[in-house]
Each structure stands twice: as C-alpha cells, then as structure tokens.
Design a protein around this ligand. Sequence first.
Ligand code: XIL
Length: 381
Amino acid sequence: MSCRTTTFALLAALALSAATPATSVAAKQKRCPASGAGCSLKQVAAETGIFAGTALSNEMTAAEKADVIANFNAVTSENAFKWSEMSKTAETTDFATTDRLVAWARWKKLRLRAHTLLWHRIQNAPWLKAELAAAPDPAARLRELIAERVTKVVGRYRGKIEVWDVINEPLAIFGAGYDTEDTAVTPKNIFYTTLGEGYIADAFRLARKADPKAKLFLNELLWDSRIGDPKSDALLALVARLKKARVPIDGVGIQAHAMLGTSSPWFPSTTASLKSYIDALGKLGVKVEITELDVRLPLLADQPNPLAAQAAVYRRVASACAQARACTGLTVWGVRDSDSWLDSYSLTSATAPNKPLLLDASGKRKLAYQAVAAGLLGRRR
Ligand code: XIL
C-alpha cells in the first residue's frame, strides 16, 4: 500500500468513526415500531432482511417511479422480459425495454427479479405454436428455441440481474372452471406436452451456465389450492424431484394473487398453514418468496370494513413470510391501485376497480400497507 493510500484509508476510517455514534443514535431513534406505523416497507426490508418488492410496468409515470423508490427495495419486471414482449418473431430479440429497465433498477439500487423466461399462459411467444407445427422435429426445434432464449437473455445481463423467474406456472390450474385446459394437476402446457417435464431442468441448467451467480426461481400460482390440496402438494413433489436430480434451482416463488370469489382457497389460509407450507419448501433446500401478491377488494365487500379485511389478508401472508425462515421476500403486483392488472384481466375486469394493492390511486398508503409492515416486522435482524 502506498503512503498516499494509507493516509486516505486512515482519514476515511477517522471520518467513519466520528460519524458512527451520531448515525447509530439516529438509526436507533428511527427503528420501526412493531406496529409498522410510519415506516416504509423499504425501512422494514432493511430491518428484517426480507426484500420488499413491487412489479415494475413499462408505462410507469414519474410519480409512480417515485413511489417505487420511496417504498420498496426490490422490483420485478411485470411484462418486459416475457417472450411475447421480447421476440415478435422466432428470429428476433428486442432488448431496448429490458436494457432500460435493468439500467434503472441498478441505478436506483433496487434488487431486480427478471420475470420470466418460460411461461405458457397469456404471454408466450405468439408464433411458437406455428413454428413447432411447421418443424420436422418439433421437440428438437423447441429445445433449440429454449436454449437460444435462455442463453441469450440471461447471458446478456450476466452479473446484473440478481434473480430470474426461470419457469413460470409449470403446473395446471387445479379444478375445472378457471381455465379451459384444466381439470387436474397434470400440466398441458406446450413446453410440457412437447418435451415432458425435462424442459424445466434444461432451462435451469442453461440459465445457471449463462449466469452462475444469479438466483434461479420457479414461480407458481397457488390461488387454486388450499395448502394440502393436490396442487400445493404437486408443487412440493415437483421441487423435490428437481432437487433430487440436482437441477440448479435456488428458490420457489408463490404468486399469491387472491383471485377467486370469497371461497378462494387463499383466504382461509391461516398464517400457520402458509408458514408450514413455506417451511416444507424450505426443507427441500430452496428459498421462498411471495412474488405477486394482490388482494381484490370486491371479494371482501360483505365485510363491515373491507379495507381492514384486506389489510388482515395481507398481514397473514406477511406474517407467514416473516415466521418461515426460508422466506426471503414479499412482492406486491403493482404500485398503485390504479395500475393493477386485475382491472383489465378477463376473470376480474367485471369488478373493476379491484383496488388490490398497498397504495391508493393517488399514491397514499392504505391500511394494508402498515399491515404488511407489521407482519414482516415479526422478523428482525
Ligand atoms: C400479468 C401482467 O400484470 C399484465 O400486465 C399482463 O397483461 C398479463 O400478465 N401471473 C404472472 C404474471 O406470472 O406474469 C401476470 O402478469 C399475472 C399472473
């Protein structure tokens, strides 16, 4: 070390030690109360070590971006990384939007979860079906397309994206009536029917190779299933198979959209049952994050105080995450109520405005906001 460097190091250390007492007093005074009152989720995240995230849409206004920065320490791309958005044809990949998003998240020091590499519902590549139908060997062609996409997209952002949702919703939606495909837990998605379950392992292995340090997640919806129902058991079994086959999977995301009527399996879920489910996943050797939480207000219209009831659902989920050691993050699916995807989604648009999020249309914190803070504060560093 040169003399100059030593002097600098010494000065820096002195400056730091002089600053330390004041900083720690200030930090102490500002420690969040257990009720979460007056605390941002970003502060809660710093105190608990649990990432507090929101979905980041491509159409965000400056005010909403300011909300993100003021309230959260993590973001998930709502649409930008989906295959339909990045590749309008089999031969092209457009990185303009994802480049911008990645740069912004890094600039603002927000942990980024890139969502998602392979998803067969709603936003799969619109040309994929025809492409496979025209191929002499559809399985070989699909393998090639998956390898190209995973390698190219993950590789481009090597070292810049902390978490990938490699596979989204591999399982079927359980129970008839929600989707045309589904009556059982057997997946009928285009990846599965063409390649069998092996497509999941392949995609994880390719992603690991393209960015060895990124955390790789499988993300699944569970609004169709009570804990202990066949769907939630199928997810445990799938993860167990993947771990046994040494597939490089680091985590499981539980979407947690509360979607259906008041009979939604998600609502009766108690803190204890969700905690024990997260524990069961954790025992398999994966981390768990609540990845896409929203709670539709119209489902609670019969309650004396719907906003308080909504806050109670949020609190149950946040408390379960705080209590289960494997849980490393909680992300809500949107910033303000007015941005929620539920107001335009076919199954939920009839009840718009669904007001399912933590900030109201003007950016004001709702009861649910403090409920999430209080729930997460069940775990402190
Ligand atoms: C939704 C987006 O929020 C909408 O903007 C888009 O039109 C459709 O997809 N499960 C998922 C998410 O994994 O990718 C979905 O996001 C919501 C359900």
